[in-house]
Design a protein around this ligand. Sequence first.
Ligand code: ZN
Length: 629
Amino acid sequence: MSLGGQFDNTDRERVREAADIVRVIGEHIALKPKGREYVGLCPFHDDHSPSMGVVPHKQIYKCFSCGASGDVFTFVQRFLKMDFREALEYLAEKFQIKLAPQKSFAFRGAGPDGGPDGGEAPSVSRGDLFTASQAAAEFFRLILNHPEHGSAARGIIARRGISPEMQELFMLGASPARWDGLLLTLRNKGLSEQAFVDAALLKRRDDGSGSYDAFRNRVMFPIQDKAGRIVAFGARKIDEQDEPKYLNSAESRIFKKSGTLYGLTQASRAIQRERTALITEGYMDTIACHQGGFSNAVATLGTALTPEHAAELRRICETVILVFDGDQAGLRASDRAVEVFFSQPIDVRICTLASVTDAKDPDELLKREDGPETFRKALAASVDLLEYRFSRIRSRLEGAGTSALAKAIEDELATLVDLGLSELTPVRQALIIRRLAELARVDESVIRSAIPMGRGARPRRVPTGNDQPVTRTVLAAGALSAREHALGCILCDGSLWLAVPDYVKPAMAADHREEAIAVVAGAIARVAAEGRSPDLRTIMGEVAEDTAAVEAAVNLSQRVDEVTEHKPERLKAHWLECIRTIEKDLAIAHVRDPEEAQERPKVDVQTLQRQIQAVRARGPDSRVFPRRG
Ligand SMILES: [Zn+2]
């Protein structure tokens, strides 16, 4: 692994200085102040109560449940799935820091003769796909503004009443009515054709004779990932003869339909502010909502809601309102929504437009003069998901007799139990049981008796989209050795390194159970040898490109903070205990096996003799630290 070599340290430190971790994390997770810190739902495990703490004065985060931790770079790398360079550029742009020019990150172009495939590397990186998508968006935008080639698309946009502000906010564009518009442009610019193929913007001809544009003669809607990067496009037909009406990019290495919400970049702040997200059925509805003042609207991409969507939304809001045009769509979607959301700590409401207006969708409604007012009423009249389902059961079985109704309600309860009713947190379970009793018109005890105790309910794993190895949980909550505690102490107060007896120093660096800890220990020794203080901040900078090492450093220092409660005198006392235990271990190793001890870094024999005597005088003491494992 490279340590500080590949990227300019000053760039990194300037970005770290400017990038406020609370603001960066707060864009993706609702954070609440708690003392000097902030807490929120951890995005790295299936978190149901806020386990993630963000510590502004240290510029770190840490999950007390799964141990995910680190600094602003680690968070961006893991949450937004970027490598270090991408994270650095992403944060630099966000906080307006100009980076030193990078030579190797240039986009691979066509060959020197300008030929389509000349000199092309066999594989393209994810970064190349992002660059291709961005370049395509710019091209589509130019076409939309072209006097001749963009006129039909502008006509559609005008007829749909999309304002210039929305056109700008959602970066609308147009693809030209030919097979090679984008292709010729990227060739002219010397961009990699393969990157455009991989980003699903070009298609290879079956006979292998080159590529052609994937989108022709359509209004283009760029689709962004949660970092705001363009990853795909939605496309609406311009010519009435064309089919289908709407078309999405095929999935690619940077675009997964099931994990993407259209408009989330534009809606994220409003969703957090209002603690509510509106889910519409398409791009046009989402844009119409934003234009009508409902800027907390997003859309799924022609799919039903997925657990990934649910995981995304529950971190930033408490209520999700599914907006449907008609009853049938609403009914189908409610089946899916109950599956996806039931076990999640989020309230889901169903809003059916047909109940308040003859407008066929939000787009049509919001273009009317009283549209926003009617839409507001529709939202206010939205029905809680469970209530919606029970009222559907009642109306379906109207006149069918009480036993049929009782059976249907039993089935519904069984479904909910199966969906994880027994696994909800006690508070939420109690709330839902009360609600169900009301809706089903039975006693709460009837519902409680229907919940199996540790049986029946299938375990549900909600993907967080960020599955990481679990070794960090040991550092976060497991037993730490004396040496690990000592490293944590030094990270809390770098000057403690000066108090490490020289003969103990080599032992601090050797034989750690995790590579990440060894990297941290090595960085501490190196930084100290250069005469700098090896505190957490410096060490995080030193190992910045190694997310596991950043995580280990944060965990070690936080564990010591937990023991010492940030009190300098307790830190000193803890430190002394650690060093004594390490010395004792060394002494015991020497007594047991002088040969092996000889192989260890040079140890002063007289000091060791003193240690041995001290150990014998003190007797074994394993209260503070478990023995090294
Ligand atoms: Zn966690």
